[in-house]
Every structure is written in structure tokens, then in C-alpha cells.
Design a protein around this ligand. Structure first.
Ligand code: ADP
Ligand code: MG
Length: 349
């Protein structure tokens, strides 16, 4: 039988993750006055009396987001909560409740799910969150975790992706690139082990990058420090897909350009060393690696002294007019277009 050629056969890969989200959501109009902000930021914003409620959801799929060959279930549980908390932090908010949807195939044991929940409970204690519900079902292919989180934020300090102003400072927290290298290391050792199970993984001396990949922390401590310093960023996003991708989100939403200086990007010395071993540039890991779950924000220049003094924060660039574009100034002073090659769920492998 002749197969009919399908007219509508655009591969999802062609649009990519963000293109697809844009296409699916561009017609959506918010009907309720309580729906203050919908799609397009790290969390949705809902009217809640004298505060705003924040809501966000994230899906973690085995084989796409994690590999159980080297991811301890306890760590996975912890991470799945932390990455959701990170989205609440990105709105300058405080996490309050989560709900957990879980689908698993019957190769999982009760003890395995217990372990996953140990990690979830640990994260709930650490971030002071109540687990208030969820859903449990089976799956034909592996483990899926869907976490929805609620948080809250005072109305006058809510921070969107879209508030950056020309001449603002561009700031990031912590250091970047470690989580990506942690993943590369785990993948490499896993491949070696698969080829020859007698060779034990050599992960020694790499505790920092492994922790950053397997058990990342959300930026609650930075939100607290900013609040104590009386600093309200003009825009903010969490760094889940790489610094470049997130800077471009702020640029697009704020209708400004961002210039980042290579020599200012904070990179841990262990990342420098391991990047050399993997023959990659540590800056590429920071720009395009992802999963660092640090915060990227813009802030008025009047806060320069306060931020400069605190090692939690690094001023990595400034906001410029949109007509001057998004730029990356290399160590040798040459300027390049800032482009994102960050993580995209539909462009893996
Ligand atoms: P983040 O990386 O901060 O979790 P995403 O990149 O996943 O954010 O999503 C960007 C925005 O698009 C968010 O506001 C999110 O709520 C929204 N979004 C993502 N997928 C969908 C979808 N399938 N339908 C509607 N909105 C979506
Ligand atoms: Mg986010």
C-alpha cells in the first residue's frame, strides 16, 4: 500500500523547546483579574491579597534529564525540589508548598521510591516547604517526576525577566560551569564502566562538580541577602540552561541588550582544571552548559558598592540599548555577538 505523504510533518526539533512553547502559548489570553502574569517568566503570578502567589512546574524524565546509572535516587529527589525552588527564587520569592506527580515502571522497588522520597523530604526541610499532595501512577518507560511549586512574594519586590533598564549592572550569583562538567565526568566514567565493568569509576578529587550536578541548591540564600541589603533587582532569571541563554531571555523580555565580559564570569578553580582535562573552554561550560541554578539579575548601578563587597555576587556586565545588541567581550577585548547554544530538550544528541 502506498503511504500518503503527510503535509503536516514539521519535526519539533525544527522549532526547539522555546519556539514550541511560543507557538503553543501565543494565542493565550488571561481571563481572570487574579491571573497577574501567565506564560513567559520563571513562575506564574497570581493575586493573593497583599502578596502575590507564585506557581511553577517542572518535569524530569529518565533518559532525558537524568540517568539512573549514576544518579542516586536520594539526590534525584532533592534535585527535583531544588530546581523548582530555583524558579521561585528567580521571581525574588519564597517557596512554600510543592505537589509531586510520579510515574514509574515496575522495575522500581518500594525501597527505591522510599529513597527518592528521602531526598524530597530532605529538600522540603532544607527549603522550609510543605509537601501538600501529588499523584502516583505507573509508566511503561522509566521514571518521570512532575513537581509543581507554590511560593509567595511581596508585591513591591517581585522581579520579572522584563524589567532590566539601560545602564543597569548585570550580576550573577555563585560560580558557573560546574554542573555541566559534573555531568561530563559522570557520563565519561559511566561509558568506561559500561565498556569494562572491572574498571571502577574514578571520581576522586571532583566532589565539587559532582555535587553541583547531582545535588544543586536553589538560590534562597541569595534572595535573603538581597533583601537584607535592601536591593530589589530590576530583572531576574535562574540559570538553568546556561548563562548565554538566560541573558538572552532577559534581553528579549526587557527589550534591552546585555554585554557580558569574559574575564568577569565567575568560575571555580576545579572547573578550570577539569575543563582543561576535557579539552573544553570553561567559559563555554558557563555560557552554554546549564544546570548551575545560580541567579542572573540586573540591578541599578547605585547598588554597585554593596554588591562588589559581597563575594556571593559577581558583576559580569551591563545593560545597553537594544540597538547595540547582546555582546560578549572576550579577554583580548574583542567583542562578539552573544549567542545561546544552551540546553534544549528537543535537540539532544
Ligand atoms: P524554566 O526554565 O524557568 O522552568 P521554561 O523555559 O520551562 O521555564 O518555560 C518558559 C515559560 O513557558 C514558563 O513561563 C512556563 O510556564 C511556560 N511553559 C513551558 N511549557 C509550557 C506549556 N507546554 N504550556 C504552557 N506554558 C508552558
Ligand atoms: Mg527558570
Amino acid at each position: 500500500m502506498l503511504k500518503k505523504t503527510l503535509a503536516n510533518n514539521t519535526p519539533i526539533k525544527q522549532l526547539g523547546e522555546f519556539g514550541l512553547i511560543d507557538r503553543l502559548t501565543k494565542e493565550i489570553k488571561l481571563k481572570h483579574v487574579g491571573s497577574v502574569f501567565g506564560v513567559g517568566d520563571d513562575a506564574a503570578v497570581i493575586e493573593a491579597g497583599n502578596k502575590y502567589q507564585l506557581a511553577s512546574t517542572d518535569l524530569l524524565v529518565e533518559g532525558i534529564h537524568f540517568n539512573l546509572a549514576y544518579t542516586p535516587l536520594k539526590h534525584l529527589g532533592y534535585k527535583s525540589v531544588a530546581v523548582n525552588v530555583s524558579d521561585i527564587c528567580a521571581m525574588n520569592g519564597v517557596p512554600k508548598q510543592i505537589m509531586i506527580g510520579i510515574a514509574m515502571s515496575n522495575r522500581f522497588t518500594v525501597e527505591a521510591v522510599d529513597e527518592l522520597y528521602q531526598g524530597i523530604r530532605l529538600a522540603c526541610n532544607h527549603y522550609d516547604i510543605d509537601l501538600v499532595g501529588g499523584d502516583t501512577t505507573s509508566s511503561t518507560s522509566g521514571l518521570m517526576l512532575s513537581i509543581s511549586i507554590l511560593g509567595e512574594v511581596e508585591k513591591d519586590i517581585i522581579t520579572y525577566r522584563g524589567g532590566a533598564k539601560i545602564n543597569d549592572l548585570v550580576v550573577c550569583t555563585g560560580d558557573l560551569g560546574a554542573a555541566y562538567l559534573g555531568l561530563q565526568l559522570l557520563n565519561r566514567e559511566n561509558m568506561i564502566f559500561k565498556d569494562n565493568p572491572k574498571i571502577q569509576p574514578d571520581l576522586s578529587g571532583n566532589d565539587y562538580v559532582l555535587k553541583r550536578q547531582l545535588k544543586p541548591e536553589a538560590g534562597t540564600k541569595y534572595i535573603k541577602i538581597l533583601s537584607d541589603m535592601n536591593i530589589v533587582p530590576t530583572s531576574m532569571i535562574d540559570i538553568s540552561d546556561g548563562l548565554a541563554s538566560e541573558a538572552l531571555h532577559i534581553s528579549k523580555n526587557s527589550k534591552i541588550g546585555i554585554t557580558i565580559h569574559e574575564d568577569k564570569i565567575p568560575i571555580d578553580y576545579t572547573v578550570m582544571n577539569l575543563a582543561a582535562e576535557f579539552n573544553v573552554s570553561p567559559i563555554t561550560c558557563a555560557l552554554n552548559g546549564g544546570e548551575d541554578y545560580e541567579l542572573l539579575f540586573t540591578v541599578d548601578q547605585k547598588h554597585y558598592d554593596k554588591l562588589k563587597k559581597d563575594p556571593d555576587f559577581t558583576i559580569i556586565g551591563f545593560v545597553n540599548d537594544i540597538i547595540d545588541g547582546n555582546n560578549f567581550v572576550a579577554k583580548d577585548g574583542s567583542s562578539h555577538h552573544l549567542i545561546a547554544q544552551g540546553w534544549d530538550a528537543f535537540n539532544q544528541g
